[in-house]
Design a protein around this ligand. Sequence first.
Ligand code: GTP
Length: 353
Amino acid sequence: MRGVGLTRKFRRETELAKGWLRDDPVGAEQEEAITLVESTHSRKKELAQVLLQKVLSYQREQEQLNKGKPLAFRVGLSGPPGAGKSTFIECFGKMLTERGHTVSVLAVDPSSSTSGGSLLGDKTRMTELSRDANAYIRPSPTRGTLGGVTRTTNEAILLCEGGGYDIVLVETVGVGQSEFAVADMVDMFVLLLPPAGGDELQGIKRGIIEMADLVVVTKADGDLVVPARRIQAEYVSALKLLRKRSKVWKPKVMRISAKTGEGISDMWDKMTEFRDLVLMSGELLTKRRKQQKVWMWNLIQENMAGSRCTAESIQRQTSVCDNSSSLSVCLPWINSDKVLHVPKANCLNPEVS
Ligand SMILES: Nc1nc2c(ncn2[C@@H]2O[C@H](COP(=O)(O)OP(=O)(O)OP(=O)(O)O)[C@@H](O)[C@H]2O)c(=O)[nH]1
């Protein structure tokens, strides 16, 4: 009986995957699939792997047809509370859908791991965009460790990409560690800063400025134009001192206003310029490969919850055997019977270098 139930369930996931991989994204299916990958239930995790493998192989097929161009542009958006992130996403998202793009918005909320609360709130913050048929807004997750949240974010990004959204925005509050994790999952990382002085920006970690491909000073309208110009000049100088991370791109500092719409279109032009340059130079592909590797090791680490091993020590101690569709990773120091099956589709290098 259990076997029949499982087959039926797998069939259901296959159907979900089929419905998923259509040209028009459908919010309800998006929601269902992401909820599945966020589940901590062991059987559901197994089902989620079936769905993810299908989406991954579809994504690879499409990328090959597209001569290596990724299906979606993944953008991380971070900034301190009150920087104007949701107002910006609403305005930016609407501009993109009007131009024929399909947009999904995912939120990574650092508060959810400790308090169960939510800094980012949910889609009620972006009322117009959430009603737009070409946009999908995923409310922020409400539980889980940072590792858990970030792992499922990686998978949610993939599901949005495979689901037909060509722009995936990942929003995070820039006061914790989550923005570093997000910067490691996206093609471009954008830091939104309010036109405020040092005190308000204290929560922003210095390191995060180094991760930014674009720094955007928000609310540059009315009385705030002058402070916005000053902050822009300060960050232009600060960025000059930073080590160059790309051979083809120098981080830029821009001013925008989501209230008046000023600068938003120019910002998108800069973002597409960045995407084209990193794509043509091969930097985007290299970055995505590295990110996939990090994802794989995170998966392994997460499956060893409770143990204090690092990715390096796993690499040293695990014995990995290569099956046709997955790698069986034995974790002998936890339990001699425990074998973790990592789908090959999730591995950059099936031999695990
Ligand atoms: N003048 C002006 N105010 C803005 C602009 N964008 C946002 N605001 C205001 O700034 C405040 C914070 O905006 P939000 O969009 O909620 O900021 P957030 O970064 O999403 O905030 P959290 O949800 O707390 O992380 C609100 O009162 C907005 O009305 C803008 O372009 N110009």
